[in-house]
Design a binder for this molecule. Structure first.
Ligand SMILES: O=C(O)CCC(=O)C(=O)O
Ligand SMILES: [Fe+2]
Length: 197
């Protein structure tokens, strides 16, 4: 296989696969630089439990249709995909034999940026959504915890050029997060490809 050691995390009630070197280092660095410059990064205010605050990261939403993505009381309107996003999307699609419509991009500017515990279970994603999540730049910790059985947890480092695939009942049964870190680290870009039909 092209992709060094595809790892099935083998978690209960989930289907998660990690491809550490989906993109080689030079491809990944090239995408990182382009995305940093050409994605229309914005910082939205979100409302959680009645409190409004700025999201602790920058985001942007892209799609090949006009369907919006709603979460935490915000509605994201899509931009059309740019060339780099189309190249990344098509490489993932040909490997997985799945077509994605949409991509939520995240920029973690430093260790103080984060993404709190959540499941990607918004209704526009449908039942058992497939989510392909690509990482470029600084390596960050990705935590998982089971919604019902508090003893079930997992942690992995999402490396430069990696792909993490979540599908099946993963979002029904598990939460995930990118925690803050006190380490001095650089920027990280994450792209989550989704189907919003
Ligand atoms: O940055 C990551 O790896 C996770 C992003 C994420 O969970 C999301 O956008 O829903
Ligand atoms: Fe997520």
């Amino acid at each position: 296989m092209l992709f060094k050691s595809d790892i099935n995390l083998n978690l209960k009630d989930a289907e998660i696969t990690y491809y550490p070197e989906f993109f080689n280092a030079s491809e990944a660095t090239n995408f990182f630089k382009n995305l940093l410059n050409y994605v229309k990064w914005q910082q939205d205010s979100i409302t959680i439990y009645g409190k409004t605050h700025l999201q602790p990261r920058l985001t942007c939403f892209y799609a090949n249709n006009t369907n919006t993505y709603k979460y935490s009381n915000i509605t994201m309107q899509p931009y059309p995909f740019n060339d780099d996003l189309l190249l990344i999307k098509s490489k993932i699609e040909s490997h997985l034999k799945v077509k994605f419509t949409s991509c939520l991009a995240n920029l973690y500017r430093d260790g103080n940026d984060s993404n709190g515990w959540h499941a990607d279970n918004e209704k526009e994603l449908g039942k058992n959504p497939i989510i392909a999540s690509v990482s470029f730049g600084a390596e960050r910790v990705f935590n998982l915890k089971h919604k019902g059985d508090k003893s079930l947890k997992a942690k992995l480092n999402l490396q430069h050029g990696s792909l993490l695939l979540m599908q099946g009942e993963t979002q029904d049964n598990w939460l995930h997060q990118i925690p803050k870190t006190k380490k001095i680290i650089g920027k990280r870009i994450n792209l989550t490809f989704r189907i919003i039909a």
